[in-house]
Design a binder for this molecule. Structure first.
Ligand SMILES: [Zn+2]
Length: 220
């Protein structure tokens, strides 16, 4: 009996964990499929009525459909995988080991608190160990994470951590300078305000001379 009890105690949690993971995965997938384009269009139609419009008037009749199409573009990042984008790297760089800086990568995102646009630029630097990545892939990484509901802080760290891991870099620096329309168009209405966030990893965090060189490049 004792043996059976030990067995159950050991195996049950494993089975339960697997079962819960399965339920979670099913939940995630069904959640995605649960809402159809038509349902999303109807939701936008409701919002049009709610703001005091007549969704059946000529100018608005196709609007819910167009908004759903636009939202698919704004939030396409949910179906993209940054690590896939960064898979292809190059080793033949004749020993290049200094920083690679790509600056002024423009981006558009949406804040998760108001679904208002965040518009600005991202600067990225990394210190390669053995491999470099195609330059467009840095901008692609920005795209993957910006086309989601975001906070600027999280966007900054997600880009940095992803590059650090995928490139096995010696260091990564990411700076974002952006205007949040939830601040410029509503609320406190400070239309000239931009927000700057920085995130440094590896050598950029530990060695201020690297950090300073990077900051000089991006402010030039
Ligand atoms: Zn906001």
């Amino acid at each position: 009996m004792d043996k059976i009890a030990i067995c159950i105690n050991l195996i049950c949690p494993i089975i339960m964990t697997r079962f819960m993971k399965l339920v979670k995965d099913i939940d995630k997938n069904s959640l995605k499929k649960q809402v159809t384009d038509k349902q999303a269009e109807d939701a936008f139609k409701t919002i049009l009525s709610w703001i005091g419009e007549d969704p059946s008037r000529e100018g608005l009749i196709e609007t819910p459909k167009r908004v759903v199409k636009a939202f698919k573009e704004y939030f396409k990042g949910y179906s993209l995988d940054a690590s896939q984008e960064l898979k292809k790297t190059f080793g033949e760089v004749e020993g290049y080991d200094d920083m690679v800086v790509e600056k002024n990568i423009s981006f558009e995102s949406h804040c998760e608190h108001h679904i208002a646009p965040i518009i600005g630029v991202v600067h990225i630097a990394y210190l390669p160990k053995e491999k470099v990545v195609g330059l467009s892939k840095l901008a692609r990484t920005v795209e993957v994470f910006s086309k989601r509901l975001q906070t600027q802080e999280r966007l900054t760290t997600q880009i940095a951590n992803t590059l650090m891991n995928a490139l096995d870099a010696r260091g990564v620096a990411v700076t974002i300078d952006a205007a949040h329309q939830c601040m410029t168009m509503r609320g406190v209405k400070k239309e000239k305000t931009t927000t700057i966030t920085n995130y440094f990893l590896g050598t950029f965090k530990d060695d201020l001379s690297y950090q300073n060189r990077y900051l000089r490049y991006i402010t030039k």
